[in-house]
Design a protein around this ligand. Structure first.
Ligand code: SME
Length: 165
């Protein structure tokens, strides 16, 4: 049994530190990228409050394809440059969107989503996947969340580096 405790009362930096440590511990030595993404999606859901969707899109043959996630069923394929996820994948840059309805081309998978954070996972200079977080709260994510998820992406990048294989 895995029993990681999320102390959501602590400072955000410490919470992300604990999330990162749990993710590294869970994925260490496991080569299966889908299993690793599934466990990390579950950890994100457990550690971060006020989410309605948390998961991965994988780069497959030049487009994003839905990966493991927690939340409502979502769109399966996203072309590069489309929506928040496609923009993150095309630019290789984190997308921090306070109000998804103000983001041109936002793809609505769940009508309750109000804000979104998408962080690319890089491997050898290429985007191999993105982490996508949605919240029903406007401006749920700030620069600390972006930094926390970017550090998570860096920490687990190695375990999903062969995501496009
Ligand atoms: N809103 C995303 C699509 C994925 S769902 O949020 C799960 C986007 O605009 O790319």
């Amino acid at each position: 049994m895995y029993d990681f405790t999320a102390n959501t009362d602590q400072p955000k930096g410490d919470l992300y530190h604990d999330l990162r440590e749990a993710a590294v511990a869970l994925t260490a030595g496991e080569p299966d990228t889908i299993a690793n993404m599934a466990n990390v999606a579950a950890l994100i859901w457990q550690f971060l409050p006020n989410l309605n969707w948390a998961g991965f899109y994988r780069m497959v043959a030049g487009e994003l394809v839905l990966g493991p996630f927690i939340g409502k069923p979502a769109c399966i394929r996203i072309p590069l440059g489309r929506g928040v996820c496609g923009t993150a994948a095309a630019t290789g840059e984190t997308q921090l969107v306070a109000d998804v309805h103000a983001f041109p081309g936002h793809i609505a998978c769940d009508a309750v989503s109000a804000s979104e954070l998408v962080v690319p996972i890089m491997c050898a200079g290429r985007v191999v996947a993105v982490i996508d977080l949605d919240s029903p709260v406007v401006a749920r994510f700030d620069a600390d969340d972006a930094a926390g998820i970017e550090a998570l992406a860096l920490a687990i990048g190695g375990c999903i580096c062969h995501a496009e294989d």
